[in-house]
Design a protein around this ligand. Structure first.
Ligand SMILES: Cc1cc2nc3c(=O)[nH]c(=O)nc-3n(C[C@H](O)[C@H](O)[C@H](O)COP(=O)(O)O)c2cc1C
Length: 162
């Protein structure tokens, strides 16, 4: 049973790929969020942008984890950036469960060159303690692997596994 939990939402696969790589490197439990909303195509894109801007959230499908959230040594939360914010399913999860999370780290994926550090602070509003580690990844960019590996290294050192 792992002492690290990776939780993410991914509409088009980028955050899923990054979180799978991180979870594999850390031997972590990996769980995807699902708010049951069809976010495919242009209509889904527009809806997602609207949800993010309004900070609208919906009930999520039950999220099964092997342990209570407060028992993990670290919970890594992965989200795409939507309209400069975290994705609504991630906001919904944090709103409902964030206070059970004492030790968190964030992984963002985004399209533009902006790092969107404000998103970390938005997410910290829902958690019991501010995040310990963060990484903002631009899929396809030159720095993608470098920043991802640095994040994994930071977490490994924190866990005493480096
Ligand atoms: C509704 C919506 C809004 C987005 N807004 C931004 C944005 O403000 N800045 C940005 O850099 N990328 C933005 N993106 C791009 C995604 O953050 C980026 O492609 C991300 O890697 C997608 O992750 P996913 O494949 O896991 O869904 C947006 C994407 C969507 C669907």
């Amino acid at each position: 049973m792992s002492d690290v939990l990776c939780v993410y939402y991914s509409r088009s696969g980028n955050t899923k790929a990054a979180m799978e790589e991180v979870a594999r490197a850390l031997d972590a439990e990996l769980v995807a969020l699902d708010d049951g909303v069809d976010r495919s195509g242009l209509r889904g894109y527009l809806r997602s942008g609207r949800d993010a801007m309004r900070k609208a959230t919906r009930a999520l499908a039950p999220v099964e984890t092997e342990k209570a959230l407060s028992d993990y040594r670290l919970i890594i939360i992965g989200t795409p950036v939507w309209a400069g914010r975290c994705a609504s399913p991630v906001r919904g999860y944090l709103k409902r469960r964030g206070l059970e999370m004492n030790r968190v780290a964030y992984l963002l994926t985004r399209r533009s060159a902006t790092r969107y550090e404000s998103v970390y602070h938005q997410m910290d509003m829902y958690t019991a303690q501010p995040h310990l580690f963060e990484v903002s990844l631009q899929p396809g960019s030159e720095g993608y692997d470098f920043w991802k590996e640095q994040f994994i290294g930071d977490v490994k050192r924190y866990l005493g596994r480096a």
